[in-house]
Each structure stands twice: as C-alpha cells, then as structure tokens.
Design a protein around this ligand. Structure first.
Ligand code: NAP
Length: 326
C-alpha cells in the first residue's frame, strides 16, 4: 500500500481511512465483537488512519476504539471530531463551536480513547454565530497545552478555511464528497490545496447507496435513519436508483463492485483526497480495501462523470443543508 503524507503533518497515512461511525449504531445496530475484529483486520491490512467523533454513540465509539488500540496505539493516527450537541428535538446547534465546549469535549475524548494526546482534533461544524477565529483560538490553546497535536475542520467553507488559517495552521478538511455529492469541487478542495491541507472524503459511498445496499426504499429498515434522508426517500430514490444501475453496469465491466468503483473514483481525484468509508464488518472492509488496487483510466473516469455529473442526484445531500459548508 502506498502511504501518503497527510497535509502538513509528519503522518504517513493509508490512502483510505476507516470511518468508525457505523460501529456505534449510526445505521442500525452494530456488534462490538465484529467491530473490534474489523478494526484489527484493518490494522493488519495496513489501514492506519481512523475517523471518529465524541458524538458517535455518545462516547461508545471512543471506548470501542480504545479497546481495539490496546498495544497498537503508536502505529495508528486518530482523527477525532468534537461532535455537535443538538437541541432536544434533534435539530439545530447548541454551541458545538464555543471554545468551552471544544475544550471539554477534547478532555473527555482523551479519557475515553485512553490516550495522552489527540493526533488531530477536528471541529465538527462551523457555527455562523461564533466567529471561527474564536473557535480556532480555543483549539490552538489545546495544542499549546499538549492535549492535541494538530487541528482540523469539518464542513468548513473556503472562506472559513482562509479565516481559520490566519489564527492557527489547519491541517485538513473533512467534508462529504463522493460521486453523487460534489460540493467540495466548488472551492473547498481548492482552498485546501492552497494551504497544503489533507482532504478527508466522508460518506464516500453515499451512506451505502453507491455500494448498492438498497434497491428500493422499502428495503431500508425502520431503525435505520437513512429512511429519513432526502436521497433515500420515495420521490427521489427512484431517479437515484437509475444512476446506480448505470454505475453497477460499469462496475461489472471492470470486474469490480460499485463500492470499489466509488472509492477508486475518489482516490483518482488527487493524492490529497482520502476516503473514509464506514464498515462495521470485515467483509465490507476487505471488499473496499481492494479499491486501492484499482487504477481507473481516463476513459473510465469520464464515463463515471457522465453517469453522475455534479448535481445529478435527486434530493439534497443532507436534510441539514443550513449546517454544512459554512
Ligand atoms: N464530518 C462529518 O460530519 C461526518 C458525517 C458523516 C460521516 N462522517 C465520517 O465518514 C465515515 C463514512 O461516512 P458514512 O458512514 O456516512 O457513509 P459511507 O461510508 O458512504 O457508507 C457507509 C455505509 O455503507 C455500507 N458499506 C460499506 N462498505 C460496503 C460495501 N462494500 N458493500 C455494501 N455496503 C457497504 C456500510 O455498512 P456496514 O457498516 O454494515 O459495513 C454503511 O452502512 C463515517 O464513519 C464517519 O467517520 C463524518
């Protein structure tokens, strides 16, 4: 596996990371024993880059990772997000970018992960009511105190990135990016490149849709929050399934799976683009990791682009569009 220097850090990370969100019940129940086996298999196969958040399973995700990391901590780079507290009705922000919240979350994360320092601490959302200089200033103090090595942002606009960089070096941006969610091409990736930052593509499989998990809205279990996601809702899913069908045909031609094609497409967008698919099973992990061996030709990339040009998907990429790319 060809490791990549991650932004301006000294870390050499695998070309694909592992998103740990689904191991804490984001998309239906998970099994801790299989999750830990999946983490260990990932480490054995060369993945050394994990994405997690204080809010995944309200701390469960950090404790699970701590169990999996016993004896292996030195080899693994942890990117840990602050999470965003929600109002009781699960909408809106409740101060996730205030420096008091960021400090408290960082300290809790250190305890739950069982580590002395976070490799990369990332603010999950920019709150338009809190100047980004204030939030980043608070995170910079955590670096000075030795609790955090590097700081990062998630779903920050190009403007916010440029403002934040004036306060303290920001090493990476995490943002939704995939064949059917192309917003970062509108300036975020360019801003990252101006500063030599890394880019972590979250939901690289379109929350499982581009991996062909569902072929009908009725297939989505009641306990799975994708039932309420605009792109999976009746009225939109029918159109999106037509796009998936074309992608599945191309995957078959390439003797690949649609998940592998979606990940290979992302990795072909630049050495700085690191997809972080969620897998809570060794089966999906092993399938996805094979995407690192697929080199798509110019013609294949053009065909994928023709199947899913920017804006092709029906429905917004999240129901909270007012909380992203701020
Ligand atoms: N910064 C943010 O705001 C933010 C937001 C969302 C996510 N994230 C991060 O990004 C990571 C990935 O995002 P995501 O989980 O939303 O979406 P994703 O990686 O696009 O999709 C995950 C879903 O795809 C399924 N899957 C994975 N590989 C598969 C395969 N080969 N075949 C069929 N299904 C497959 C997974 O199932 P199994 O789990 O059953 O394997 C899971 O249900 C998260 O873990 C999290 O770390 C960050």
């Amino acid at each position: 596996m060809e490791y990549r220097k991650f932004g301006p850090t000294e870390f050499k990370v695998s070309p694909m990371g592992l998103g740990c969100m689904s191991m804490s019940g984001a998309y239906g129940p998970a099994d801790d024993t299989e999750s830990i086996a999946t983490l260990h298999r990932a480490f054995d196969l060369g993945i050394n880059f994990l994405d997690t958040s204080a809010s995944y399973g309200n701390g469960h995700n950090h404790e699970l990772i701590a169990r999996a990391l016993k004896g292996r901590r030195e080899r693994i780079v942890i990117h840990s997000k602050s999470g965003t507290p929600r109002t009781p009705d699960a909408s809106g922000d409740r101060g996730g970018s205030a420096s008091t919240y960021l400090t408290k979350t960082c300290e809790e994360s250190l305890k739950r992960l069982g580590v002395d320092v976070l490799d990369i601490f990332c603010m999950s959302r920019v709150d338009p009511k809190v100047p980004i200089e204030e939030s980043v200033g608070g995170m910079a103090r955590l670096v000075e105190q030795g609790k955090v090595r590097y700081i990062a942002l998630s779903e920050a606009s190009a403007t916010s990135i440029r403002r934040a960089q004036k306060v303290h070096p920001i090493v990476s941006l995490q943002m939704e990016y995939s064949l059917w969610s192309r917003d970062p091409e509108g300036g975020n990736i360019q801003a990252c490149r101006e500063f030599g930052m890394g880019f972590m593509a979250y939901s690289p499989l379109g929350r499982g849709f581009l991996a062909g998990m569902f072929h009908d809205a009725k297939d989505i279990p009641d306990s799975d929050n994708r039932r309420n996601h605009p792109r999976f809702r009746p009225g939109n899913i029918e159109h999106n399934l037509k796009l998936l069908g074309q992608m599945e045909e191309l995957a078959k031609e390439k003797s690949a799976t649609p998940a592998q094609l979606a990940l290979a497409w992302l990795m072909a967008q630049g050495n700085d683009i690191i997809p972080i698919p969620s897998n809570k099973s060794r089966r999906h992990l092993e399938e996805n990791l094979k995407a690192t061996e697929i080199k798509l030709a110019k013609d294949d990339l053009a065909r994928l682009d023709a199947i899913m040009p920017p804006g092709a998907a029906a429905g917004p990429r999240t129901k909270d569009m007012d909380r992203v790319n701020i």
